[in-house]
Design a protein around this ligand. Structure first.
Ligand code: SAM
Ligand code: DTB
Ligand code: SF4
Length: 326
């Protein structure tokens, strides 16, 4: 078994990313077999607990207040509705529940106290609780950890070089600082990005380089294909090529073998065969449920049928934690 490396050079990653496609898939599939149970795919469900009205200018995002996307601003959901939604997701076979808030950063206010309550309650259901709510201080991350938060999602989205073309209201360093705060609090890190933002292959390689040279690899890396939302500056981007998605997933799998690599946004535009290729290339996690945050996702029945056809089974919760401790 190859060792876990945090010292990848950009050139090494570029060489892997640019290798002949079938060789790349074969190599990723081989590493996948060495480190993971390839029959298992983690099933995560998203819920937007605070939708729209975000002050940030992320060029891809339907929830940014400044773009006319038709997303209505809503206040923080009631705790009981969030719990009901988590229960439904668990009954449908989901083991991770990720609550998203369209905030630039978490503030120490009553809404945060309510989120802490939601985290406690979902944790009691035996699900891995994840939040994605923008920037966090170390103190806020500790409070979330005490409430039972298992993971925090905070994406780098693209390379440090291209970041300023996509988002101007915060910096790459801000992003890295939050990831550091999450780590310090003992919460697992979920961080990945989006392809299809008009970035170059070098930017994708750059983002994977940053992720794979963190002191510890993120426990999960979501790879999103841009969902092109009308009203955002990215609405006219070309559709993401499936081979680019496969290349990205395979490279992530090879350089971060223990990480859950998530085939994230964009599945409604992929055929079953295309998704199967992504699993072959090392993806072992998906978002399931009719909606991502504000945009559509394949429905439960479709995913159930896909799992059956491909012989996949949902991965139990907290398994990675057990494996990494042993
Ligand atoms: N506001 C918080 C933040 O930005 O970290 C949390 C919610 S934000 C919607 C979470 C992530 O969703 C973003 O970092 C981005 O990677 C992803 N995302 C948002 N809009 C997307 C789109 N149109 N297509 C693909 N991914 C998207
Ligand atoms: C991630 O990497 N992708 C998810 C989750 N983390 C929060 C979000 C995708 C959002 C797609 C656009 C929407 O539905 O609003
Ligand atoms: Fe706000 Fe997050 Fe959307 Fe950016 S990605 S506009 S921070 S909700």
């Amino acid at each position: 078994m190859s060792v876990i490396r945090n010292n990848w050079s950009r050139e090494e990653i570029a060489e892997i990313y640019n290798s002949p496609l079938l060789e790349l898939i074969y190599r990723a599939a081989t590493i996948h077999r060495q480190y993971q149970d390839t029959a298992e795919v983690q099933v995560c469900t998203l819920l937007s607990i605070k939708t729209g009205g975000c002050p940030e200018d992320c060029a891809y995002c339907p929830q940014a207040a400044r773009y006319d996307t038709g997303v209505k601003t809503q206040a923080l959901m009631k705790t009981e509705d969030v719990i009901a939604s988590a229960q439904k997701a668990r009954e449908a076979g989901s083991t991770r529940f990720c609550m998203g808030a369209a905030w630039r950063e978490v503030r120490d206010n009553r809404d945060f106290d309510r989120v802490l309550e939601m985290v406690k309650e979902v944790n009691k259901l035996g699900m891995e609780v994840c939040c994605t709510m923008g920037m966090l201080t170390e103190d806020q991350a500790k409070k979330l950890a005490d409430a039972g938060l298992y993971a925090y999602n905070h994406n780098l989205d693209t390379s440090s070089e291209y970041y300023g073309d996509i988002i101007t209201t915060r910096t790459y360093e801000d992003r890295l600082k939050t990831l550091e705060n999450v780590r310090k609090a003992g919460v697992t890190v979920c961080s990945g990005g989006i392809i299809g933002l008009g970035e170059k292959h070098e930017d994708r390689i750059g983002m994977l380089h940053t992720l794979s040279t963190l002191a510890r690899h993120p426990e999960s890396v979501p790879i999103n294909a841009l969902v092109r939302v009308k009203g955002t500056p990215m609405e006219n981007q070309p559709k993401v090529d499936i081979w680019d998605m496969v290349r990205m997933i395979a490279t992530a799998r090879i350089i971060m073998p223990q990480t859950m690599v998530r085939l994230s946004a964009g599945r409604t535009e992929m055929s079953l065969a295309e998704q199967a290729l992504c699993f072959m290339a090392g993806a072992n996690s998906i978002f399931a449920g009719e909606k991502l945050l504000t945009t559509p996702n394949p429905d439960w029945d479709e995913d159930r049928a896909m799992f059956e056809l491909l012989g996949l089974k949902p991965r139990e919760s907290f398994k990675q934690e057990k494996e990494l401790v042993n």
